[in-house]
Design a protein around this ligand. Structure first.
Ligand code: BTN
Length: 256
């Protein structure tokens, strides 16, 4: 079947954020698979209200429009699909071995090489559209001191420069085939793939920050797999197992 992801494509030398432009296009009726890319973003957005620094030449900045036929509460698994698609792309096209940190950070070694932001609009409990934002670190040779220990780029990992064009076609292929797998067979193969591809899914000691109830401090525990919706299960010291609905997961430095 001919690929539809990326068939409708808009590129801008600079934007505030590809997320806003893609959402406008989705509201105006752009088809599923529409992508927006930019050379740079002046207000790139990350998860949990963070910024995503988006300088020209250093990264791939892309937003993809999806129109899944599902209820709003079925959408979290879409974030896993995006992570699996990017991981497959970086492994096949760039030859770097990647890990997935729930819900969808792509790590090379222990350092983040790609972040994914998923935003959704709903109409009467059903998903109207989803925007999947993908930021891949391509050509950084170094990062600011506060990121040196936690971020990496394809250039650092492979010793060569990368362009958006090197990755765009394989990325569209991988994302569409993961999305199609989910459309045909539901959550199970996606959850199975995530369990297989992520070292964070089961048995990792982690810290979870940025939770709504963070006043009490970050939550610590051992990961216990994903539930049927794709939420990460965490076993805490008192033995209870609870799903993590949001927040930022990292390996627990106290116990590594
Ligand atoms: C994260 O915090 O890890 C998610 C980062 C997502 C960044 C991408 S870059 C393209 C798209 N446009 C944005 O403003 N954010 C996403």
């Amino acid at each position: 079947m001919a690929r539809t992801f990326g068939r409708t494509a808009f590129h801008f030398p600079s934007l505030d954020t590809t997320m806003r432009r893609a959402a406008e296009l989705a509201r105006d009726g752009s088809p599923e698979g529409t992508i927006v890319t930019a050379d740079s973003q002046s207000a790139g957005r990350g998860r949990l209200g963070r910024n995503w620094i988006s300088e020209p030449g250093l990264g791939l900045y892309l937003s993809l429009v999806l129109r899944p036929d599902c209820q709003a509460d079925a959408a979290p698994v879409l974030t896993l699909i995006a992570g699996l698609g990017v991981k497959e792309t970086l492994e096949r096209a760039a030859g770097v071995r990647c890990d997935l940190r729930w819900p969808n950070d792509i790590l090379v070694g222990e350092k983040k090489c790609c972040g994914i932001l998923v935003e959704m609009e709903t109409e009467q409990q059903r998903v109207a559209h989803v925007i999947v934002g993908i930021g891949i670190n391509l050509n950084h040779l170094a990062f600011p001191p506060e990121l040196t220990e936690i971020a990496t780029s394809l250039r650092i990992e492979t010793g060569r420069e990368w362009s958006r064009e090197d990755l765009l076609d394989p990325l569209m292929d991988s994302l569409e085939s993961c999305y199609e797998l989910h459309r045909m067979r539901g959550n199970d193969p996606i959850l199975d793939a995530f369990h297989q591809e992520s070292s964070f899914a089961i048995g990792r000691r982690v810290v979870v920050e940025g939770l709504p109830a963070d006043a009490a401090g970050p939550l610590r525990g051992v990961t216990a797999g994903l539930d049927s919706r794709g939420m990460l299960l965490l076993r805490t010291a008192d033995g209870t197992v609870a799903p993590i609905l949001a927040g930022s997961v990292r390996a627990d430095p106290c116990t590594m």
